[in-house]
Ligand binder design. Structure first.
Ligand SMILES: [Zn+2]
Ligand SMILES: [Zn+2]
Length: 162
């Protein structure tokens, strides 16, 4: 398997994130993911997710923003037209929404609020050009909500970026 990049992708630059293990997000350890718990610059790590439901709540799609429940800062998290492998090569076809966003709701706790882990997948061997910014060429993105009610990890969104 290719080596994981040592840096976080640039879409996390507005955050004070903390690296965690993929298993903290319920992901298997034998796949190449870098996972980060999202922390706000105010120090809080309780978030509300904004995006778009696809169809009859079949999937939640981006562009995704997250809102700190403590200081109300709203930060853009990911836009697959700008972030990820296919966006880097100008060829993203991940479905996106437009217009006013809605707040994601967890089926378990009936709330959006909770801790979040953003995971970025790297399954490809980077070529020389990509290797300079390998962290931005992720091929998968998964956002996980850590549910207070069920204590389980609930996937908010999963994007195939390559
Ligand atoms: Zn905050
Ligand atoms: Zn929940």
């Amino acid at each position: 398997m290719p080596l994981l990049p040592s840096l976080a992708p640039r879409c996390l630059s507005p955050f004070a994130y903390r690296q965690v293990t993929p298993s903290d997000a319920g992901l298997p350890e034998d796949v190449n993911f870098n996972s980060f718990a999202l922390v706000c610059s105010c120090g809080a790590d309780d978030w509300r997710v904004h995006g778009y439901w696809l169809g009859n709540r079949e999937a939640f799609i981006g562009p995704l923003a997250v809102e700190c429940t403590q200081c109300a800062a709203k930060l853009e998290l990911i836009d697959t037209d700008k972030d990820g492998h296919d966006a880097e090569i100008g060829d993203s076809c991940v479905e996106r929404g437009s217009g006013p966003r809605t707040i994601w709701i967890c089926d378990e706790c009936k709330s959006s609020d909770g801790r979040l882990i953003a995971s970025f997948g790297y399954q490809f061997e980077p070529d020389a050009e990509v290797a300079l910014r390998q962290q931005d060429y992720f091929d998968a993105f998964i956002l996980t909500h850590l549910c207070r009610a069920s204590r389980r990890m609930v996937q908010v969104a999963m994007f195939d970026c390559a």
